[in-house]
Design a protein around this ligand. Structure first.
Ligand code: ADP
Ligand code: ZN
Length: 615
């Protein structure tokens, strides 16, 4: 079969998405690849499809068990024989799986990195024809990444052992330049095709809400989005438990997930969410890797995450089906402290040396600061994140984030900036933001008194200005790099070379100011409300409801998550095309031969029934 035929027949898609075809072609020509694509862009097809066409077996190294199980389930569902080797299996099961693989029964074998150097696995790979080694979540190999896993280094040894080197393909959703260089270098990719596809997820709406009343805001949000599936991320287990109980008390069918719950419970809760028995899940960042539930309509953050990498990955779990979805971060200043605390306690009993820990911590703080600025910026949120990942759009207005759609007043704040800079200079560049603000406002706290700051000329110079306003201007100065901060928890504010430009009057600073208008937000939320189904006419929407019921019935019969049977997007396409025949059904986005064989007729029957045979 030729590649497009495989795409159509096996996976049920008519066309490749951006980047997929180039990667597939490179692999089929025997070239190594590094694919950097955002979550939901469709990385799996990039290696699964060539794996089917190459002679020999493809080994996929993947960090998380849940991820593997899900992928293997989906592959088997599409009629592709695949297996996984990880600690979820007993030794006997592993023996059996490897035996089957040795007999050529699987085209794709997923394996956990810890397993790579076991004798049994080595014996297996040396005795069969390995066409390709695929490294999923490849950023785990880099110490500079946000998720370093030493066991990933075992991959390098494995690759070296082969008499005939297989193709090596690596994939990740988050990679800054340093991490990218690390992946290329450590894995030793050989003249690779490197493809970075747009990180932009246009269907996602981003917003930051600064609030002290998170619970109320979350409840209000959920009330407006009833019937939709979503994730609420919290920074700590305790927060998860509190938010979860708060939702329960308010009659919301929520579940929760964090590392403090026992395995059984975690598994059940996760399944409740995936199978749509609980629409909302409250979770720490332990949740989500490998969950490719496609109909997640919102991802809310109850706390600010530790870095943009994490945020973009977690938020990216919304709208995998390509339909509109919302990512809203509820921010309060306390979130910064929680994260500093978490960073401070990180890796206390790991294999790192003290020195290494210091470096890691410094990097963590630097990343945290970038995250803070995301919450502070008044410019386009999407652009901010894309810039962070090295992608420059120069568009400045995406039309689909809180800052681009919100209403702001522009205000020239140069004179305030001058006072701030003078204050920092005068007090010797040795204080953090709160002290500087305290001096400018002439606060009479015991702490400030003990510093003896009332002798400065700046003391009380902005006594009428609100703390929030001063903070906002200072954040703007930091963002635009007229000021810098030390990369430790004290975050002492220092002047930069460019600070003088403001004092000299050669640069003016304009700040966006004022609150967003409430009604604007509301109407937007309404338009976006039902995701994939939003464009359906009322009649089509009724069919959609029936198809969803059928999908749920089948899901229960087969003990499969509904979205693995068919995604919302596929059901919506059915409602639009109303297929009555096999050919028509195969023309629906997401219906391949195998899925047709298994479910096609039941769905056609359902469509016939509920449309009374009129089209
Ligand atoms: P990633 O691993 O990059 O996060 P996945 O490989 O899980 O993303 O794919 C995300 C979703 O996109 C899945 O539901 C998948 O079936 C779908 N998808 C992938 N490729 C295509 C394509 N060419 N056409 C339509 N849908 C696709
Ligand atoms: Zn924007």
């Amino acid at each position: 079969m030729e590649k497009l035929e495989v795409l159509r027949k096996v996976f049920g898609y008519d066309t490749f998405r951006e980047g997929q075809e180039q990667i597939v072609d490179a692999i089929l020509h025997g070239q190594d690849v590094l694919g950097i694509m955002p979550t939901g862009a469709g990385k799996s097809i990039c290696y699964q499809l060539p794996a089917l066409m190459l002679e020999g077996i493809t080994i996929v190294v993947s960090p998380l068990i849940s991820l593997m199980i899900d992928q293997v389930k989906a592959l088997n569902e599409a009629g592709i024989h695949a297996a996984y080797i990880n600690s979820a299996l007993t030794e006997t099961q592993i023996t059996k799986a490897l035996y089957n693989a040795m007999c050529g029964r699987y085209k794709i074998v997923y394996v956990a990195p810890e397993r790579l150097e076991t004798d049994r696995f080595l014996e297996f790979v040396m005795n069969v024809d390995i066409a390709m080694i695929t490294v999923d979540e490849a950023h785990c190999i880099s110490q500079w990444g946000q998720d370093f896993r030493p066991s990933y280094l075992k991959i390098v040894n494995l690759i070296k052992r082969f008499p005939k080197r297989p193709i090596v393909s690596a994939f990740t959703a988050t990679a800054t330049q340093t991490v990218k260089d690390d992946i290329l270098c450590i894995l030793g990719l050989n003249n690779p095709k490197v493809l970075v596809t747009g990180f932009d997820r246009q269907n996602l709406y981003f917003e930051v809400r600064k609030t002290k009343h998170k619970d109320e805001e979350i409840l209000e949000y959920l009330a407006k989005h009833e019937g939709e599936s979503g994730i609420i991320y919290c920074a700590t287990r305790k927060n998860v438990d509190n938010v979860y109980l708060m939702l329960k008390k308010n009659g919301i069918a929520a579940t929760r997930y964090h590392a403090g719950l026992d395995n059984e419970m975690r598994k059940n809760n996760q399944e409740d969410f995936i199978y749509d028995r609980a629409l909302v899940i409250v979770a720490t960042n332990a949740f989500g890797m490998g969950i490719d539930k496609s109909n997640v309509r919102f991802v809310l953050h109850y706390n600010m995450p530790q870095c943009i990498e994490n945020y973009y990955q977690e938020a990216g779990r919304a709208g995998r089906d390509g339909e509109p979805a919302e990512c809203i971060l509820f921010y309060s200043a306390q979130d910064v402290m929680i994260n500093e605390f978490l960073i401070g306690n990180k890796g206390q009993n790991t294999e790192f040396t003290q020195e290494e820990l210091e470096v890691i911590k410094e990097n963590d703080i630097r990343r945290l600061n970038k995250m803070r600025f995301y919450c502070a910026t008044k410019e386009c949120l999407r652009e901010y994140m894309l810039n962070y990942f090295g992608e420059y759009t120069y568009r400045h207005d995406c039309g689909n984030c809180g800052n681009c759609t919100g209403e702001f007043e522009e205000k020239n704040v140069t004179d305030i900036c001058v006072d701030i800079i003078e204050c920092i200079r005068e007090s010797g560049q040795r204080y953090g933001m709160n002290v500087i603000i305290g001096i400018l406002r002439g606060s009479n706290t015991a702490k400030l008194k003990s510093y003896g700051v009332s002798r400065y000329k700046s003391f009380g110079k902005r006594s009428k200005m609100s703390e929030a306003m001063l903070k906002s201007v200072m954040e703007e100065l930091l963002l635009k790099e007229y000021l810098t901060e030390t990369a430790d928890i004290y975050r002492i504010i220092k002047l930069d070379k460019t600070s003088q430009d403001i004092i000299d009057g050669s640069t003016e600073l304009v700040c966006k100011w004022s609150e967003k208008k409430e009604e604007v937000r509301e109407t937007q939320a309404k338009v976006k409300k039902s995701g994939a189904a939003a464009e359906l006419t009322p009649k089509q929407f009724a069919v959609f409801g029936e198809l969803k019921k059928l999908r749920l019935t089948i899901a229960r019969e087969e003990n499969m998550p509904p979205y693995i049977i068919f995604s919302d997007k596929t059901l919506v396409d059915m409602c639009i095309k109303l297929p009555f025949t096999k050919t028509e059904m195969l023309a629906v986005n997401g219906v391949g031969e195998n899925k047709y064989e298994r479910y096609g007729e039941r769905f056609i029957q359902c469509i016939v029934d509920c449309t009374d045979a009129v089209r």
